[in-house]
Design a protein around this ligand. Sequence first.
Ligand code: AMP
Length: 395
Amino acid sequence: MKKTVKDVDLRGRRAIVRCDFNVPLDGDGKIADETRIAGALPTIRYLMEQGAKTILMSHMGRPDGEADMRYSLKPVADCLSAHIGRAVVFVSSPAVVDGAVRAAADGLGEGDVMLLENLRFRREETENGAGFAKELADLADIYVNDAFGTAHRAHASTAGIAAYLPAVSGFLIEKEVRFLGEAVEKPRRPLLAILGGAKVGDKIPVIENLLDKVDSLLIGGGMAYTFFKAEGFETGSSILDAKSVGLAASLIAKAREKGVPLRLPVDMKAARSFDNDAESAFFDADGLPDGWMGLDIGPKTVALYADEIKKAGTAIWNGPMGVFEMPNFATGTRAVAEALAASGAVTVIGGGDSAAAVEQFGLAGKMSHISTGGGASLEFLEGRELPGIAVLQDR
Ligand code: AMP
């Protein structure tokens, strides 16, 4: 277990907190979606209540080491001020840390909150430059990481800084580690993993790791066609990762060896072209004719997968079952989301597209945990140690 903000004395101490304020902006530079800011509030409010002097920091977008003011965190400072009912101190320094920023940090009182400028104005941030990490650390007495979405990156603000300060997690990272960690290491059984999406290459290491942990595994989405190819089925013009067919075959063999059921779709909804309104039809997995592309799982697969979900004690889901962005090919993804929502299982949704799908279907409130980090949750499920979590102190 990693230490959290609850394990340290905060009164009067300066806490520098890595948040994920990587929010989308609209054409007028206004914040288009405040979800990530709202997600950071419990930790910020706790620090305020405890009488800490709080210094927040984040990246936003890709200013690539330049102080490009289109990526200034000023809109985030304004939004935060409105949420916490207190003016957030914001000094817009192109260097992120300079004399004015140090003076502002020194002037903070108990319960005050300050926000630094976009960390990626400095190239050393993503390079994990020791000098920049020390500049950040010198502003504070304690380091709090609450940005799960960047915890798989060893950057100055996510990893390097912990060399200079006692390091603990905020509530967001604590929840991610608890749910993802328990789902994989101490799950209520049977443990089911449902993996979909298009990029097989990203998911193969996850499948490999999960085969040692799960009781069964369901495959869907575009990556199913690489597995179909490995089984000797025709895949028409469906998305196919030809160089991963051999790996897919070895995963099928590994699953068989371990006695872990690895289920592939038994049918699909296919279309003549990659278009919501294209002519469509249902085919069995081994019966896709030339000139058709599979874009969703079919009704027989939905019934089988829903049944598996009903039996699960814990279900981990990463990746949509079809091209859910197109309403005519969203049925399989929606059905899986609904089956998860209706199940008694502990349901853990990996970030990225499956999280977006669950939101889109209005089912987010019915899941036990929706990860805030796509890449980070995948790496976690691969069994890799995330640098931004590894640096935190053990309890
Ligand atoms: P990933 O980033 O690998 O999780 O892939 C997510 C994307 O996979 C989504 O944008 C889906 O539209 C896409 N996808 C899912 N199923 C298919 C499919 N059968 N053919 C093409 N793309 C798909």
